[in-house]
Design a protein around this ligand. Structure first.
Ligand SMILES: [Zn+2]
Length: 137
């Protein structure tokens, strides 16, 4: 190795930040180390420091904005969906209330019919008794 380039522990804005192609460890090295071969402090493999690509960094920044925009869109969509669901829940609750009312109405009708049926049954019993009475004479 021609020159000893130290791996940085605190990352500077000008540093080349890359992952070791052998073990994947995140490494940072000063800018002038670009293209040099170094020994990975983690896996001890000899690796080459990549050249910084300013174009890639710019794209990365755009990608970040894009990501934020996408996340905002997703958040707005999620909020819209939440409002929609709240509306659906209200509708469902109103339906349940209506059904509950219908059920108690029907229950009332059923009780009324049952009472009336009892009256009719009594009347029929009396008629039957009277008829039997008449037949016996
Ligand atoms: Zn490594």
């Amino acid at each position: 190795m021609a020159e000893e380039i130290k791996l940085n522990t605190s990352i500077q804005p000008t540093d080349i930040v890359f992952d070791c192609p052998q073990c994947g460890k995140n490494l940072a090295i000063e800018e002038r180390g670009a293209g040099m071969t170094i020994t990975c402090p983690d896996c001890q493999n000899t690796i080459q420091v990549p050249y910084p690509e300013s174009e890639l960094i710019e794209e990365g920044d755009d990608g970040g904005d894009e990501q934020v925009r996408l996340l905002r869109e997703q958040l707005a969509a999620a909020q819209g969906r939440a409002a929609e669901l709240a509306g659906e829940l209200e509708t469902a609750q109103a339906k349940i209330e209506r059904l509950e009312k219908t059920r108690s109405d029907l229950q009332g009708h059923l009780e009324q019919i049952s009472t009336e049926w009892g009256v009719i049954q009594n009347a029929l019993d009396r008629v039957m008794a009277l008829m039997q009475d008449l037949r016996m004479r």
